[in-house]
Design a protein around this ligand. Sequence first.
Ligand SMILES: Nc1nc2c(c(=O)[nH]1)N[C@H]1C(S)=C(S)[C@@H](COP(=O)(O)OP(=O)(O)OC[C@H]3O[C@@H](n4cnc5c(=O)[nH]c(N)nc54)[C@H](O)[C@@H]3O)O[C@H]1N2
Ligand SMILES: Nc1nc2c(c(=O)[nH]1)N[C@H]1C(S)=C(S)[C@@H](COP(=O)(O)OP(=O)(O)OC[C@H]3O[C@@H](n4cnc5c(=O)[nH]c(N)nc54)[C@H](O)[C@@H]3O)O[C@H]1N2
Ligand code: SF4
Ligand SMILES: [Mo]
Length: 682
Amino acid sequence: MGQKVEVLTDCTLCYHSCGCRVTVEDGKAVKVEGLESHPLNKGKLCPKGWSAQENIYSPDRIKRPLKKVGSSFEEISWDQALDEIAGKLQDLKSRFGPQVLGVFSGSIGVENLEMAGLVQRFKAAFGSPNFFSVESVCYRMRIRTRQITFGKYPTEELDSKLYILWGHNPEQSDFPLSLALEENLENGAKLVVIDPKRIPLADRAEMYLRIRPGTDGALALAMIHVIINEKLHDQEFIDRYTVGFEKLVPHVQKYTPEWAEEITWVGAKDIRKLARLFAGTKGASIFQGTCTQDQTANGTQNSRAFSILQVITGNINVPGGWAISPRLAFGNVGLGVEGDPIGSEQYPLFFEVWGRKSPYGVVTLVPECIPDKLKAFIVVGGNPLVSMPDTNAFTGAFRKLDLLVVHDFFMTATGREAHYVLPACSHLEKWGVAYTYNVCHCLPFLMLRKKCIEPLHESWSEWKFLTELAKRLGMGNLFPWKSEEELVAFELAPSGLSFDYLLREKPEGDYYQKKQYGIPGGQFSTPSRKIEIYSEALEKVGFDPLPIYLEPERSPRRASKAFQEKYPLILSTGNRNLYYTHSQHRSIAALREMSPEPFFEIGPLTAQKYGVRSGDEAVVETNRGKVKMKARVDERVAEGVLLVPHGWTGEANANLLTDVECREPILGYPDMKSLMCSIRKA
Ligand SMILES: Nc1nc2c(c(=O)[nH]1)N[C@H]1C(S)=C(S)[C@@H](COP(=O)(O)OP(=O)(O)OC[C@H]3O[C@@H](n4cnc5c(=O)[nH]c(N)nc54)[C@H](O)[C@@H]3O)O[C@H]1N2
Ligand SMILES: Nc1nc2c(c(=O)[nH]1)N[C@H]1C(S)=C(S)[C@@H](COP(=O)(O)OP(=O)(O)OC[C@H]3O[C@@H](n4cnc5c(=O)[nH]c(N)nc54)[C@H](O)[C@@H]3O)O[C@H]1N2
Ligand code: SF4
Ligand SMILES: [Mo]
């Protein structure tokens, strides 16, 4: 018998960071189970989590650094790869300046503080402001919007009395929430689903509202109208804590339920009923899709309207509503740099509010910036040539780069276009801080991500890769940490929970603060010290200070007649699939067996109209491109709507359909949820 130990750590096969118990025998991870004591997953794992070993020990992992020679790759040493990359970067910097370097990290960077922090540090040390990530296609829109409304960022509580799933399907995308929902529904919590698809959870809901994609803002405004006009609002909360309510009242008069019915396809009667149910529940929470609303033409204003709904019903900092979780102090791995990232002029609110600047560039502007403004890219933990909108535009642009480096543990579509592909460590092979609980679900909890096994093959962590590259560029002094442990200890030091404490005393993780309800100090950290129903921050950058509704650019009410004739169906892309994270995990046999191929979903009457039956191969086409995949005819899907999953590569890649120039006007996010398409049988 060899040596056997159990290590408590987290799973990062998606950003939820569920708690795990990993059994390591003779240096090999032999078992991965859910950690019972963990407040998110309570001992359970989703199918992706169960497949961790198959993922990590996959024979398809990149084993050594690869260099593109002609049209294929050759294995080279890390030394050679880093020397050559450093040489190329130096050359570009001396000829064009440091800002021609862009770096990208994907949604894995959200749960991977070290990755996002180090990538950002690297580009700053080099002298470039251009850090791109999924932040400009996903989630930061709501963070920004809640920041300008509340000064801080309140999140939905896991345990609620009334769950409004507003374009969110936790059974596929949010495993911890689906566990909490299950428990709370049994104990009498209520559920409402607002979705163009009657997702299975809707069968257990108090109300299901079948909405036209991209029109959620109209519904939210009509709900505000009803709540105010029927005097269902929480006047005391509004008087004490908000500014601008008196301007909101006349503003919403035109947004009647009848007006919204015509736009949204949701009946006026249902809108009134939902408004009454919501306003009548203390401890109600709108769970807006994690990216659904962000990827529509009215995204920022939708998020504003949802915030205002929570506010005028007094559902802020009450159990079951939205709550401002105490923030944790971290050692900042990032680094300041001269100059502002791409997008700071076109979308100023994305970049800055009240002098608080963020390090992100606007990724939808990347294709038009290559090759003039951007000539080199380092991609760490992302697959932009599948995941970013408009694959044709991104691929065309990336092919013009002088240098593309990808750090990943598998070969990806982006890797195949790269000059160098470098092998990365999985989450079981490196140290880190597991901290997303707070960001998504208001859980002030922290865990140490432990290195359970030695790095496989020649894979390197982000720390090692970027530190070694920095040394070769003469900026090693800006990467002072001598080891990953030292880096993570630095991050944790200000938090009050030290590396040693989380390693030895609380390997299962610990709460860093108690949750607080009520409004401590009676103030918010906005300029007015109140919740800003009327937003001067929005007004200052030229947008409506009160929420409005903007019809999607490509829609039956806004697109030209000719466009609609060519593309008569409404298209929403990117419904999640429990078995996969974005473009990942397709080669994991246990997962692939559960979901072998992509399907677009379509209602029966629409399918019949276009002569398509379940299982038929069909071509879906937009103004930007086409995909081929099979149809799944399902009466759960609204007629006239097509749902196309994302993350598949090749001719089933949904982002062949999206358009990088079709953007939300305030923050520049791509519209992925309300486009127009045609279909025909292949
Ligand atoms: N059409 C459409 N497109 C969409 C969406 C949509 O709804 N519709 N959703 C968008 C959203 S919300 C998001 S967040 C993006 C996600 O976009 P991405 O984050 O770019 O997508 P992933 O496929 O998850 O790519 C992550 C890559 O990181 C690698 N990786 C995983 N862990 C590590 C690690 O520890 N280190 C390193 N170096 N690499 C690692 C994986 O192997 C994988 O190749 O996709 C967007 N794309
Ligand atoms: N298994 C798995 N889980 C994931 C991910 C993954 O790739 N795989 N990705 C993670 C990431 S990065 C993110 S951002 C989240 C995404 O999480 P969400 O954005 O919440 O996505 P879904 O849970 O798929 O729910 C989207 C729902 O919105 C509906 N819908 C589509 N268009 C509209 C619309 O215009 N209005 C309304 N009201 N509904 C609409 C769809 O029918 C679907 O039921 O998931 C995260 N979790
Ligand atoms: S939801 Fe699944 S994949 Fe995501 S962290 Fe939890 S177990 Fe891992
Ligand atoms: Mo996302």
